[in-house]
Design a protein around this ligand. Sequence first.
Ligand code: ZN
Ligand code: ZN
Length: 333
Amino acid sequence: MVIPLRIKWKNGLSIEYKGNRVVFDAQSRILNCKVSFVTHAHTDHSYSFRLNHIPVISSEETMRLISIEGAKTRKWQPLTVNEKVKIGDLEVIPHPSGHILGSYEFEVCTPHGVVLFTGDLNTREGRIVKPAEPIRCDVLIIEATYGSPEFIFPSDREVGDEMIRWAYKVLGENKIPVFQADAIGNSQEIIRIFNENTNMPVISHWRVSKVNKVYEHYGHKIKYIDINSGEASEVISSANTVIVSPKKLDLPSNHRFVSAIVSGWALKFRGAAFPLSDHADFPSLLNFIRDCSPKIVLTYHGGAFNEILAKYIEKKMGIKSYPANLTPITFPI
Ligand SMILES: [Zn+2]
Ligand SMILES: [Zn+2]
């Protein structure tokens, strides 16, 4: 009798074989699960760090980034790139996903073929973290944050140049440019853009500074001044600086601050907004899928785009594809 492999999306991606169930990026408390894997430190992926009843596995970088906010799980286990974990007949191997420090995609080798779960992914070169590696697989479960054809990002170089031009313009008006971005990932990219291309000191909000410290711990050079230091008030008053701050945060009010959002969604915004993203855009998602050459693609993490991307994959690439939350699949089919 053939024992089936079951893959389904229910508050996280679950893969089950012979009674051994593993879950990736769980979004609520999970039961009957042997191990929970976390792809990266962003809060919409790292719920498992609140669980204490099962082992939670991630990169050490991810654990350190998550513990900045105080989250801790008692049964955390580290996993480095290309190391393997065996759970019954399932073997899980992490690879870089190119998204933020320590982010993984997970390859799961099963008796019925290879499954790849991407987490959040970015395939562009030349950033602080290594780009995502395509892995040959039978089933690909891919994020669809920008899973619609209208999302085509300009190169990071072009976006960086525009941010610098805008910053000089704002400074020329005797104001202070403030970039608002994700505290983990994009904020460090912005600081590096200014470090590498200007002599301007960069001030970072204390929440960003805490993340910077973790990046520095892993050997990434980031030059910044923490907003609470005396030096920060000096450079602010001399109007020769940019500030990097988390997105949903009000800065101490200062009529000289002019802010801009930095995010892939900036493609849809008017006014000062810059589409620097730590995700793959639509063409990059398609290239990644092609390079993995899967038999089935499940889309997730994209809301309405899950369906748009899945339809596009079926129609244009001739590969079976469904939104992961709608269609549990069983192998062999
Ligand atoms: Zn993320
Ligand atoms: Zn995400």
